[in-house]
Design a protein around this ligand. Structure first.
Ligand code: FAD
Length: 496
C-alpha cells in the first residue's frame, strides 16, 4: 500500500500542508509516500497559461522531483494528460496502480478546479474506496473565515485587511504554523517504485513550448524552484524591504520582491512569507519597519482577491464583479488593441511596460495599473481582452490577482478605483519615472531624449527625434478619450 500527495499549484516541499499531512499519514501506516503531478494541456489552454509560466512550472517540477527522490526517497510521478475531464479518472487509476488508500491535495479555488475536486471527492468515496483529504493551503486565512458584522463577504479591502490582521494576531499559532517537512521513505520504496525514479519529466506541450533563446532568457530572469524562492525572500527582506514603502511605485527602482512567479506556482507559501516578514519586524505585522508592514499588506491583496473569488465565483465566468457594468459599450478596435499589445501606442510609459511584459513575462505593479487603465478607459477596449492578454504573457499569471487587478483599474471590479479616476499616462510617467530610466530601458527609440520630452515626445519637443527613430505618434488624445470613457461609464450606470 501507499499514500499519495497530488501536486498542483503547490510545487514545494517546505510548508506544504497536504504534503506534510500525507507524509505523516504514510509514516503512521508504515507505507511509502508517493507524489504525482499531472500536466493537462487542455487546462493550460483553458486558463490561457503563458508559455513562460508553463516553462517555469515544468522546471520547478524537475527540481522538486530531484529533491524528493534524492533527499527523501519519495518518488514523484509526472504524466501528460490530454483531456482535463480525464484528470479525476487518471488520479483514481494511479491510486489503484500504486495501491494507495489515502489521497491528499491542497484545494484550488477557481470554479473548474473546485468542480473537479468535488467530483473526485464523490468518486473516491462512492466507487473507489479511497480516503481523499482536501485541505486549505494557498492563503494564510482560509476563505470563509472572515465576514462583516452582517455575516457577509467584505467588498472593500481596508476593513477586510483589518479583520485579516486581527484574525492572525489572535490565532497566530494556528495560521502561522509552518508545516513539517516530509519524512524520508523507507528504502524499500526505491525498489518497489523504481520505474518512477527513472522516469523523466515531460517537456511542455507543443503549443506552450518556448524557443531556446526564450527559454534561456526567461530562466536567467526566473531561475526555477523553491530554493530560489526562499533565497529571494531573504534577499528582499535583507536588501530591499527598508525602502519598499517609499520606492515601490517607481518601476526603475528595483525594490519589489519579484516573488510573484514563485508564489503563483506555489514554490513559496503565503504562511512562510508572512511569518518571515514578522520575524524581521519585531515579531509583529506592523512593527518598526514600515516597509515590511506595507509589503505584508500587498501580500494580503493577493489573499483578498482569492476570498472574493470563492464568494463570487461568477467572476470566473467572464462577468465583472460590479454587474452594473455588464453592458458597458466597449469599442472593439483591433488596431488599437494590437498597438497596445506590442507597445506602440505613442505613450512611452505604456509602451515601455508592454514591452517589458513581452520580454520578461513580468510587469511592475504601477505599470500594470497604468496600462490596464489605458486599455479600458483611454482605448475603451473591453477589459477582458486585456485580462486575457496578460494571462497569455505573464510568468506570474494568477486568475484571482489578475482579475482583481483588471477589475480595479477598469473600475468594474471589487473595491475598484472610482470610474471617473482615469490615470493620465503622461503625468504618471513624469511622477513615477521622472528621468525616463525605465522608458529608455524598454523603448530604445527614445534613448536620446530627456525629460520632459521623453514622457510625450510629439507634444514636448522631442517629435523630430522620435519620428526619425520610428517611434509612433499617440494613437488617442488622452483628454478626448477621457471624456468618452466617462460618458460610457455613466451610460452603463444609467446616469446620462
Ligand atoms: P511585491 O510588491 O514584492 O509584492 C509581494 C507579493 O504580494 C507579490 O508577489 C504578490 O503575490 C502580492 N501582491 C502585490 N501586489 C498585489 C496586488 N495588487 N494584487 C494581488 N497581489 C499582490 N499579481 C500576480 O501575482 N499575478 C497576476 O496575474 C497579476 N495580475 C495583475 C494584473 C493587474 C492589471 C494588476 C494591476 C496587478 C496584477 N497583479 C498580479 C498584482 C501585482 O502587480 C503583482 O503581484 C506584483 O507586481 C508582483 O511583483 P512583486 O512580486 O515584485 O511584488
Amino acid at each position: 500500500h501507499s499514500v499519495i500527495h497530488w501536486f498542483k499549484r503547490d510545487l514545494r516541499t517546505h510548508d506544504n500542508k497536504s504534503l506534510s499531512l500525507a507524509s505523516q499519514r504514510a509514516e503512521r501506516e508504515g507505507v511509502p509516500l508517493i507524489c504525482v503531478f499531472l500536466i493537462s494541456e487542455q487546462d493550460y489552454e483553458a486558463h490561457l497559461t503563458s508559455p513562460a509560466r508553463v516553462n517555469l512550472e515544468i522546471e520547478t517540477v524537475k527540481i522538486l522531483k530531484a529533491d524528493l527522490e534524492e533527499k527523501l526517497d519519495v518518488p514523484l510521478y509526472v504524466e501528460l494528460v490530454g483531456q482535463r475531464k480525464d484528470l479525476p479518472t487518471r488520479i483514481i487509476q494511479l491510486c489503484e496502480k500504486f495501491g494507495a488508500r489515502h489521497l491528499f491535495c491542497n484545494i484550488e479555488y477557481e470554479v473548474d478546479e473546485l468542480r473537479r475536486e468535488a467530483l473526485l471527492i464523490r468518486r473516491c468515496a462512492d466507487d473507489a474506496g479511497i480516503d481523499f483529504t482536501v485541505v486549505h493551503d494557498a492563503c494564510v486565512v482560509q476563505p470563509g473565515e472572515l465576514a462583516t458584522k452582517q455575516g457577509k463577504q467584505y467588498a472593500v479591502f481596508t476593513p477586510w485587511y483589518k479583520s485579516w490582521l486581527a484574525h492572525i494576531r489572535n490565532n497566530e499559532g494556528e495560521y502561522l504554523h509552518i508545516y513539517e517537512y516530509p519524512s524520508r521513505n523507507h528504502h524499500s520504496a526505491k525498489t518497489k517504485f523504481k520505474d518512477i525514479y527513472v522516469s523523466s519529466v515531460p517537456d511542455a506541450p507543443a503549443r506552450k513550448a518556448l524557443t531556446n533563446e526564450e527559454k534561456n532568457r526567461l530562466q536567467e530572469l526566473w531561475p526555477a524552484g523553491e530554493h530560489e524562492a526562499l533565497s529571494r525572500l531573504q534577499r528582499f527582506l535583507d536588501e530591499k524591504s527598508g525602502r519598499y514603502k517609499v520606492e515601490r511605485d517607481f518601476p526603475a527602482a528595483d525594490c519589489t520582491s519579484l516573488l510573484s512567479p514563485y508564489i503563483a506556482c506555489g514554490a513559496l507559501s503565503a504562511r512562510t512569507i508572512v511569518k518571515s516578514a514578522m520575524e524581521r519586524n519585531d515579531g509583529s505585522m506592523d512593527g518598526r519597519c514600515s516597509g515590511i508592514a506595507t509589503w505584508t499588506s500587498e501580500i494580503a491583496w493577493r489573499e483578498f482577491y482569492k476570498h472574493v473569488l470563492v464568494h463570487c465565483p461568477y467572476i470566473c465566468m467572464d462577468k465583472p464583479f460590479k454587474l452594473d457594468y455588464s453592458d458597458l459599450r466597449w469599442e472593439y478596435n483591433s488596431s488599437n488593441f494590437s498597438a497596445w499589445c506590442t507597445g506602440k501606442t505613442g505613450y512611452p510609459l505604456v509602451d515601455a511596460a508592454m514591452r517589458q511584459l513581452r520580454h520578461t513575462g513580468y510587469m511592475h505593479n504601477r505599470c500594470r495599473m497604468i496600462v490596464a487603465s489605458f486599455l479600458s478607459k483611454d482605448l475603451l477596449l473591453d477589459w477582458r481582452m486585456g485580462e486575457r492578454y496578460f494571462m497569455s504573457q505573464l510568468v506570474d499569471g494568477d486568475f484571482a490577482s489578475n482579475n482583481g487587478g483588471w477589475g480595479f483599474a477598469s473600475s468594474t471590479g471589487v473595491d475598484p478605483q472610482p470610474y471617473f479616476r482615469v490615470f493620465n499616462p503622461v503625468l504618471q510617467s513624469e511622477k513615477f519615472d521622472p528621468d525616463g530610466v525605465y522608458i529608455k530601458k524598454w523603448v530604445p527609440e527614445l534613448q536620446n531624449l530627456y525629460a520632459p520630452a521623453i514622457h510625450f515626445p510629439y507634444e514636448r519637443g522631442g517629435g523630430e527625434i522620435a519620428r526619425r527613430a520610428g517611434y509612433p505618434r499617440p494613437i488617442v488624445d488622452h483628454q478626448e478619450a477621457r471624456k468618452r470613457a466617462l460618458a460610457r461609464y455613466r451610460e452603463a450606470l444609467g446616469r446620462y
